[in-house]
Design a binder for this molecule. Structure first.
Ligand SMILES: Cc1cc2nc3c(=O)[nH]c(=O)nc-3n(C[C@H](O)[C@H](O)[C@H](O)COP(=O)(O)OP(=O)(O)OC[C@H]3O[C@@H](n4cnc5c(N)ncnc54)[C@H](O)[C@@H]3O)c2cc1C
Length: 419
């Protein structure tokens, strides 16, 4: 007997849970399959000390608050996972864990899909891929495996004690790279940090967290990425109570900054001469948020405390004025390269015509070009916030609405036979 279901959601992270809530509210029969545990990424896919990048009042679904910490605290990763698990229970999400979806193909000659799982076959009228934007770690192929240095991705990093003794080069100036470099430096490691293009909004300004500012300024809901900014990382942190990610400050605390990691030759790493430009662009982004916040506060007549000190920059460190373009691993005692260089997605299991030549989903706000196939949790699926906890909830609502609309057309039959 083949099990049949109207809508199959693949993945029970925040996207799958939000999807289930909205499908449930619209009465769409559905099932969520998860190959690991609910919210697994928040348990085993993050380093030990990670806390949410946004405060608890913000990084949540609209219908429930975090109860493990105060609203302005940054919940620890396990607490975020617990929150998502209890949310799934609250909405009665029909989740089956420990079941991997291995292949989905269109049923020949009729509507729906044949879905092969690790525990048998299911037929579904619709499939929603909620398998996450940050699935598989990407390490650029720059340093050979036999270069005599430990290499690992931020996805596999847990804590400083896990790394062999010696200095560490962290590659990537986004939130992961910056936070891990900071953690290693505080643990007494000698740290080099390779920084590319980045935004670095203030942690807070004039008494409001940047999550609030980006919200009121409409930036979380900004619909499209500006061309040319596809590879700009965001450096923010809720660690140690939350502080603005300021690379000059990190340098003053002992971290050596370098530009983009370019190549490896004869035991030495080579860096682009772009550190000053990347830092300057990050500063410009930081100041643009302050300017926009000030303008908004004035226009709205908000009575918020002035904060002129937020515009005072830390002094330029030597590594910025006299950039290092080459590092000999042995000479510097670098025993580990930690790549905080991002992730890729893999939809290899979904054998349908919903992808472009590069394997990217072709969709509009999650509704794919292949009837019956939907995506959720994609970067910029509908807005900047689409991959984040609060953003995916709104995208899930849209996808569920579209499914309900399709189901109403499918349910139609003419009152009388056509003459
Ligand atoms: C280091 C890091 C920190 C982050 N911090 C924040 C933060 O502070 N605030 C915030 O809002 N966002 C944060 N994010 C972004 C985002 O919230 C998380 O990445 C979140 O886990 C994405 O949720 P998701 O449900 O889309 O994907 P995931 O959580 O990755 O869930 C997808 C699920 O699908 C399952 N799956 C995959 N393939 C299959 C298959 N074939 N069959 C069955 N199951 C499958 C996986 O096991 C997984 O559980 C962070 C991301 C990273 C990488």
């Amino acid at each position: 007997m083949v099990e049949r279901i109207d809508t199959l959601v693949v993945g029970a992270g925040q996207a799958g849970i939000a999807m289930s809530e909205h499908l449930g509210q619209l009465g769409v029969p559905h099932l969520v399959l998860e190959k690991n545990r609910v919210a697994e990424a928040w348990r085993s896919g993050r380093w030990d000390a990670l806390v949410a990048n946004g405060p608890a009042w913000h990084d949540r679904f609209p219908n429930r608050e975090h109860d493990s910490c105060g609203p302005d605290d940054f919940p620890a990763k396990e607490k975020v996972a617990d929150y998502l698990c209890s949310y799934a229970e609250m909405v009665g999400a029909p989740i089956r864990t420990g079941i991997e979806v291995r292949r989905a193909t269109r049923l020949p000659g009729r509507s729906g899909f044949r879905v092969e799982t690790s525990q048998g076959v299911i037929e579904a009228q619709r499939i929603i891929a909620a398998t996450g934007a940050f699935q598989y770690p990407v390490i650029p192929p720059l340093v050979p495996g036999d270069a005599g240095v430990t290499q690992l991705h931020s996805f596999d990093y847990r804590n400083p004690g896990q790394l062999p003794d010696g200095a560490v080069l962290v590659v990537g100036g986004g939130s992961s790279g910056a936070q891990i470099a900071d953690e290693l430096n505080r643990a007494g490691r000698r740290v080099f940090l390779s920084i590319g293009a980045h935004d670095r909004p203030p942690r807070a300004y004039r008494g409001r967290d940047y999550c609030w500012w980006l919200g009121v300024l409409g930036l979380w809901d900004q619909a499209a990425l500006e061309p040319g900014r596809e590879h700009v990382a965001i450096a923010v942190s809720g660690a140690y109570g939350g502080a603005t990610m300021d690379f000059r400050r990190l340098a003053s605390e002992g971290i050596t900054l370098v530009g983009v990691t370019r190549s490896f030759e004869n035991g030495a790493l080579h860096f682009a001469d772009d550190l000053a430009a990347n830092i300057a662009d990050g500063d410009a982004n930081y100041l643009s948020v302050l300017d926009a916040a000030d303008a908004y506060a004035e226009r709205m007549g908000l009575d918020l405390p002035e904060e002129p000190e937020a515009r005072v920059a830390w002094p330029d460190p030597d590594c910025l004025t006299d950039p290092i373009l080459e590092l000999d691993l042995a000479q510097e005692g670098i025993s580990t390269i930690l790549w905080a260089t991002g992730f890729r997605q893999d939809f290899g299991w979904l054998e349908v015509d919903a992808f472009d030549g590069a394997g990217r989903p072709v969709h509009q706000r999650g509704v794919s070009c292949e009837p019956g196939v939907y995506f959720l949790g994609l970067p910029w699926q509908s807005r900047r916030g689409s991959t984040f906890i609060w953003g995916v909830w709104h995208d899930a609502k849209h996808v569920a609405d579209q499914i309900a609309i399709q189901r109403s057309y499918e349910a139609y039959s003419p009152a009388e036979a056509w003459a």
